[in-house]
Design a protein around this ligand. Structure first.
Ligand code: KMH
Ligand code: ZN
Length: 438
């Protein structure tokens, strides 16, 4: 039920324009938010309900008479009488308004431009609820519910309000030919980690390079970089054990000798673009045991639904300790694509008490990490997965991508977790997992 969406699409008319230059007022957009919320309440409860409060209303771009606008509302939390929605209005088509072109000249905006966002809470009094049982979680009876209760957050835990933002700042495949903003040297990587911390990241997902930019999983290089990051910020450091395609398992395990707090565990094989990223069952098990021996927490990278099943099987054998932390990696060419139904499916497999985050590749990074945040998950952004801040505009490092994700989290009522808070949420506060002294 969380994630249910309703939308309307309409053209703004001259009647909607309120200000000079045929500018539509923000109140008109809020009225449309009210309309989609009303439809949603009718679908959920058989009643129009009442709007109780808005939080975090943002007007991000102007709307003019003639614009085609799509307004959507997504259910993000449910209480006994309250329903919390995330609203977004996007401009799909706009008149060109150029003195050199006819006034009727118009263009399709690709991608659409987000013009407003908000969080809002509506209520349907108990006596008016006519809820179809299939729309509500098992255990809630149809018809009027017995007693009010506090709002239920998307993943039904009290702690989903903080978002753990992971910054993937280097990667293994990226080169300076792709982006001049790739950090390579020890100092560059440590500075970028500190900038990401400042922007809201709690975790640094780490690959390292030799000074010539080539990939390495060498313990010594990781030790140097980890020491430099620890001197510059308090982030959780999560070295890669995936390394670059083609490396041996022993080579990939290099950073574990640095006894990091976390380390990635890739939970299956995939076609990785034109390459094959091999993680046999035996390899995964060996690496998982080495991560456990290093007393690190694995970040379970899942590029396919079956990878989640693999991780759960290892947990059942005791090779992975609970709680688990999953990272869904969507949109790698050759693996599962970034689609909303995929996210719904993958998160449905995460056992209660465990946590999940989402990393999406390329142009999917922003919309899918935002979706994850709305659904109560965590998010990974950064140059490893996406080098653009917007179309044709390179991000100057990973920090701007983190800052944008942090701003989005706040706009939907969630806070970017500090590293200390993230340690608590992930269960990294076990004495044996305490961060090593600086
Ligand atoms: N470079 C990819 C083949 C990880 O960090 O563990 C693997 C990767 C995953 O980046
Ligand atoms: Zn990686």
């Amino acid at each position: 039920m969380i994630g249910t969406k309703v939308s309307v699409r309409l053209r703004m008319s001259a009647h909607d324009a309120h200000y000079a230059g045929e500018l539509v007022d923000g109140a008109r957009v809020l009225a449309l938010f009210g309309d989609v919320a009303t439809e949603m309440l009718i679908r959920l409860d058989g009643d129009e309900g009442l709007f109780r409060a808005y939080e975090n209303v943002e007007f991000l771009a102007p709307v003019f008479a003639g614009d085609f606008v799509e307004v959507s509302c997504e259910l993000v939390a449910v209480g006994k009488t309250s329903r919390k929605f995330f609203f977004e209005a996007r401009k799909l088509i706009s008149n060109v308004r150029s003195p050199r072109l006819a006034p009727s000249a118009a263009e399709v905006l690709s991608p659409p431009v987000v013009v407003a966002r908000a969080l809002g809470t509506c209520v349907v009094p108990l006596a008016l609820q006519r809820r179809p049982p299939e729309l509500y979680p098992p255990g809630l009876p149809p018809g009027p519910a017995p007693a009010p209760d506090p709002i239920v957050t998307p993943d039904e835990t009290a702690e989903t309000s903080d978002v753990i933002l992971t910054a993937a700042i280097v990667g293994a495949e990226l080169t300076r030919a792709h982006t001049p903003h790739l950090p390579i040297t020890v100092g560059e990587i440590a500075d970028e980690a500190a900038r990401c911390r400042e922007a809201g990241a709690a975790v640094i997902h780490l690959h390292v390079r030799n000074d010539d930019g080539s990939n390495t999983q060498a313990t010594e290089r990781f030790a140097e970089v980890i020491a430099a990051i620890r001197a510059s910020c308090d982030c959780i450091i999560q070295p890669s054990t995936g390394g670059a395609v083609g490396m041996s398992i022993d080579e990939r395990a290099g950073p574990l000798a640095c006894r990091p707090e976390m380390a990635t565990l890739n939970c299956g094989s995939i076609n990785f673009g034109d390459d094959v990223f091999i993680n046999s069952r035996a390899d995964i098990r060996r690496l998982a045991l080495r991560i456990q021996t290093a007393d690190a927490m694995p970040e379970l990278e899942c590029y396919e639904v079956g990878h989640i099943a693999e991780a759960l099987a290892l947990a059942a054998e005791g090779v992975l300790r609970t709680p688990l932390h999953f990272q869904f990696v969507l949109g790698v060419k050759g693996a599962i694509p970034a689609r909303e139904d995929v996210v719904g499916w993958m998160r449905s497999m995460v056992p209660s008490g465990s946590t999940w985050g989402l990393a999406a590749i390329g142009r999917w990074q922003q919309p899918f990490t935002e979706l994850a945040m709305r659904l109560g998950g965590h998010a990974r952004v950064g140059l490893e997965d996406n080098i653009y801040l917007k179309k044709d505009f390179l991000s100057e490092g990973s920090a701007p991508l983190v800052a944008r994700a942090a701003a989005y989290a706040r706009s939907i009522g969630r806070q970017p977790a500090s590293p200390a808070r993230a340690r608590h949420l992930l269960g990294l506060t076990r004495p044996s997992m305490a961060p090593p002294p600086k």
